[in-house]
Design a protein around this ligand. Structure first.
Ligand code: NAP
Length: 232
């Protein structure tokens, strides 16, 4: 992994390093010659539902951060599954999905963006999902997950506008990793065409290539693993 658009020795933060994609991103960064400092957070040290833990995690970092990669997210738990129809919408489940997929990353941005490097390229990237694209929604279903990712995209776009005022070389991104073989996708892999279910290491490598290529003008955008932009 090259990542030569960043200034060595660089510092990366991976949030959700226990996840399928998060663990693979962490591994790639640790193997890269540019990032000599890779700080990984996971529960319980950083819980997206506990702002104090997010504040504390950010405060524990005493050097400028070059890359924050937010690899957390939820689609289903032991208590709920994504809705097949509107009649299945449950307020508790929907609140939980928003707490993890939207509000948590917004709080991570709130506490980590002020710690980003000012004098060179920096990237704050969060995993969204193509199904969060409003213009691309042809199938319906998965109301809470889709809505939480569309709202996440808006959080990132809004934060990008504010953040570029103090850090003109910053890039904020929403990323779609493809369909990746993890705990999150495991109940939904049956219809995936051959060759389209990615290994986490493959997806993580592609996402880091996208991160390496983006420029400040791309800030606030939504990109897929293959570098193609996705319309909101
Ligand atoms: N896999 C796919 O096909 C796919 C497709 C499109 C988008 N995505 C997106 O990619 C992201 C990562 O998914 P994945 O496939 O790698 O899933 P995963 O293996 O299930 O990882 C999810 C991660 O989120 C963390 N997390 C959940 N709730 C949390 C909380 N309250 N506080 C802190 N961390 C929390 C989990 O931590 P614990 O280990 O503590 O539970 C885990 O590290 C998600 O945003 C997902 O929407 C995935």
């Amino acid at each position: 992994m090259n990542l030569s658009s960043f200034t060595a020795p660089a510092t990366a933060v991976v949030i959700g390093a226990s996840g399928g994609i998060g663990a693979a991103v962490r591994q790639h960064l640790e193997d890269s010659p540019v990032f000599n400092d890779v700080i990984a957070f996971r529960r319980p040290a950083l819980d997206l539902k506990d702002e104090d833990s997010i504040r504390g995690a950010a405060a524990s970092i005493d050097r400028p951060i070059d890359l924050v990669f937010v690899a957390t997210g939820v689609l289903h738990t032991d208590s709920y599954q994504p809705e097949k129809a509107l009649r299945q919408v449950d307020p508790q489940a929907m609140q939980d999905v928003f707490a993890i997929n939207t509000i948590g990353p917004a709080l991570v941005a709130k506490h980590f963006l002020p710690k980003m490097r000012k004098d060179a390229k920096s990237v704050f990237a969060a995993l969204s999902a193509r199904v969060g694209s409003i213009s691309d929604n042809r199938l319906g279903g998965w109301v809470s997950y889709r809505a939480s990712k569309a709202a996440l995209n808006m959080v990132l776009k809004t934060a990008a506008i504010e953040h570029r005022r103090s850090r003109p070389q910053s890039v904020l991104l929403a990323l779609h990793p493809g369909t990746v073989d993890t705990r999150l996708s495991s109940p939904f892999q049956r219809g995936v065409p051959d060759g389209k279910l990615f290994d986490p290491a493959f997806s993580a490598g592609k996402l880091l290539q996208v991160i390496d290529h983006v420029q400040p003008d791309d800030s606030g955008s939504f990109y897929a693993w293959d570098g193609q932009p996705i319309t909101f």
